[in-house]
Design a protein. Structure first.
Length: 291
């Protein structure tokens, strides 16, 4: 079990803000921090990593204390088993893909992990290239693999896919989930994309002005009523067309378009650009707006 309790005075867009969170995370889960820019999400990850000092708090990972301000315990960043992937790739431009990963090895660590990770993220044919010859998606795969070299207790991802197109974003989500499962990680993700949160997360914490306003299963958090069905997908409404007494709603789910027949009462609060969940039970599709 991971327990994180942190307090920190921050300067936000509207002045001083007190970040005050207390969360417990079951090991092996994917947990997302969701909220507006400036809510304190990145500061939380930086305090967990030891890159930002908390005013008060504690971090306990599997009964090991990383931080306890009352006992004046504060492990240095290099003493914390953290893998951190930022929006920026932060690769060494003068090193090849393989060299970037080798550089992350701990002294005396088995180099086999580098070959293993290169294989997982499918960069074998590019391992001798430098970052300038890689695409954005390829660079992010290198950054993800490099964060895994030291086999971290926690993998932290600060909107790592925000600059990528939807097709590459979906592919990298799958890579992240594969690595998360293969290495039995606990993963903390920051994301503004509701579909991404629903696809990847076991639990979501909504951060509002430094405090947790909602928490739970992503579908329960983002919808106003419980939805059940044999399948559920999230997507964005791209078109609504009225035909006689029904409406044809076109939804972008990943890179695919799905058309759903809906009644006026179902879509009266929906508009183009809204995020929705498509659920089906006995071949009867239902739409639920995501708030």
């Amino acid at each position: 079990m991971i327990h994180i309790a942190l307090q920190k005075k921050l300067i936000a867009a509207n002045g001083e803000m007190l970040l005050d969170i207390d969360i417990s995370i079951e090991q092996g889960k994917v947990v997302t921090l969701y909220g507006d820019s400036g809510a304190g999400k990145t500061s939380i990850l930086r305090m967990i990593a030891g890159l930002l000092q908390a005013d008060k708090g504690s971090i306990t990972i599997d009964k090991h204390i990383w931080l306890d301000t009352d006992q004046r315990i504060c492990l240095k960043p290099q003493q914390r088993k953290i893998g951190f992937v930022f929006q920026e790739y932060a690769l060494f431009p003068n090193m090849t893909v393989k060299e970037n990963l080798l550089f992350a090895l701990e002294k005396g660590q088995d180099k086999h992990i580098v070959e293993e990770l290169i294989d997982i993220v499918e960069l074998g044919n590019l391992q001798h290239r430098k970052p300038e010859y890689l695409s954005g998606g390829q660079k992010q795969r290198v950054a993800l693999a490099r964060a895994m070299v030291r086999k971290p207790k926690i993998l932290m991802l600060d909107e790592p896919l925000s600059a990528l197109d939807s097709k590459m974003r979906a592919k990298l989500q799958d890579y992240i989930l594969r690595i998360h499962k293969q290495y039995n990680l606990t993963t903390l993700l920051i994301s503004h994309e509701i579909g991404e949160v629903i696809k990847m997360s076991d639990t979501v914490y909504v951060i509002d002005h430094g405090r947790i306003s909602k928490q739970g299963n992503p579908i329960d958090v983002f919808t106003t009523k419980h939805i059940s069905g044999k399948f559920q997908f999230s997507g964005e409404i791209v078109q609504i067309i009225k035909e006689d007494v029904i409406y044809i709603v076109t939804i972008l789910i990943g890179t695919n378009f799905v058309k759903i027949i809906a009644q006026e009462s179902e879509i009266e609060t929906m508009t183009i650009g809204d995020n929705v969940i498509v659920a089906s039970k006995a071949f009867n599709p239902l739409l639920q707006k995501i708030n």
